[in-house]
Design a binder for this molecule. Structure first.
Ligand code: NAD
Ligand code: IPM
Ligand code: MN
Length: 356
């Protein structure tokens, strides 16, 4: 089959990890007889530098006309003083909103070989770890009204958290459907002791739960959830939460898997089209040095094959190759322990490729 993929390499380590992921994708294509057609477009800081717009219309058009989008990362200190709508990060929000990608799946899986890279005590993670964070992606405080006003405490700025029932309903359904294929447990994370939007969230999730008798639903306040993730991560199966809480909790969950460089993501809407990107950012501190861990982006390709193209075997093939490379002891700096040999982005890519 032929597939059209929009490629946004972005800023910082974005180009390095995307090049690596596409090399793996091409190798999988060659093995199974698929052709992936890439159209590279600009978004983020590099797009701002090019045309003073972090998300040019052409980029959006190409993404809309593609079967899936691959994105590296955007942002960096160079663009930190721009106004909000010109910042590289605005491109991500625009892409998510315009493509209708309201469901962000962030699986945090601890690979057996990486138990030593996890900072938690061995007894806490002895049975491994497999959590799926389902983050709402096109609502909440990221998209509510924001602005400035004068107050008696001086100039002020505000960002409003707002959720409509239908927005909560559709993300809850994604979480319950996901749980049905897993351990049948959903933990909804909110701040319902304080926020009206969280109380509506909780009530709506409970309503959706009535259609899923086999799935057990619990609720947890976000402050407790961030603590429980470290104390006993095994208690979680699917976590469903708001845009902002999901952003924060998924970075926390990533560390349990050894590194933020390990966490892939899929952003999905109503149809098969999705955007696939690592959870990490542009990592300006290591950009251009060949040090970035490409596995989060490579694993995002496995998610793309599964969710957008329905290619389960090909997807498994990537995950198995990553497992084998880790089992064989290949480590980029972020997942290496003292004394372990550290390899480059390109060497990790070659290692994974050799096991496909
Ligand atoms: P970051 O994820 O870029 O980096 C945090 C730390 O993790 C850094 O020390 C970095 O070196 C390390 N790290 C991240 N990815 C790694 C990888 N693949 N391999 C090895 N180490 C890795 O987060 P930050 O420093 O808070 O943000 C930097 C920039 O990235 C900011 O401009 C931010 O807005 C942007 N950002 C973009 C995205 C995205 O495009 N999806 C996500 C998060 C942050
Ligand atoms: C992420 C990032 C983005 C977010 C930023 C860069 C807009 O942190 O994808 O996790 O907060 O959603
Ligand atoms: Mn984030």
């Amino acid at each position: 089959m032929d597939y059209k993929i929009a490629v946004i390499k972005g800023d910082g380590i974005g180009p390095e990890v995307v090049d690596s992921a596409l090399e793996i994708l091409d190798a999988v294509g060659a093995k199974y007889g698929h052709r992936f057609h890439y159209t590279e477009v600009l978004a983020g800081g590099c797009a701002y530098d090019d045309c003073e717009n972090p998300l040019p219309k052409e980029t959006l058009d190409v993404c809309k006309a593609s079967d899936a989008v691959v994105l590296g990362a955007v942002g960096g200190p160079k663009w930190d003083d721009l106004p909000g709508e010109k910042r590289p990060e605005a491109a991500l929000l625009g892409l998510r909103k315009e493509l209708g990608l309201f469901a962000n799946l962030r699986p945090a899986i601890l690979f057996g070989a990486l138990k030593d890279a996890c900072p938690l005590k061995p007894e806490i993670i002895k049975d491994g770890l497999d959590i799926c964070v389902v983050r709402e992606l096109t609502g909440g405080i990221y998209f509510g009204d924001r602005g400035f006003k004068d107050t008696d405490m001086g100039p002020a700025a505000y960002d409003i958290e707002i959720y409509a029932e239908k927005e909560v309903e559709r993300i809850a359904k994604v979480a319950f459907d996901m749980a049905m294929k897993r351990e049948k447990k959903v933990m909804s994370v909110d701040k319902a002791n304080i926020l009206e939007s969280s109380r509506l969230w909780r009530k709506t999730v409970e309503k959706v739960a009535k259609d899923y008798h086999e799935v057990s639903l619990d609720h947890m306040y976000v402050d407790n959830a961030s603590m429980q993730l470290i104390r006993d991560p095994k208690q979680f199966d699917v976590i469903v939460t708001t845009n902002m809480f999901g952003d924060i909790l998924s970075d926390e969950a990533s560390m349990i898997t050894g590194s933020i460089g390990m966490l892939p993501s899929a952003s999905l809407g109503g149809d098969n089209k999705g955007m696939y990107e690592p959870v990490h950012g542009s990592a300006p501190d290591i950009a251009g040095q060949g040090k970035a861990n490409p596995l989060a982006t490579i694993l995002s390709m496995a998610m793309m094959l599964k969710y957008s193209f329905g290619l389960g075997e090909e997807s498994d093939c990537i995950e198995e190759a990553v497992t084998k490379a880790l089992d064989a002891g290949y480590r980029t700096g972020d997942i290496a322990n003292e004394g372990e040999k550290v390899i480059s982005t390109a060497e990790m890519t070659a290692a994974v490729k050799s096991y496909l």
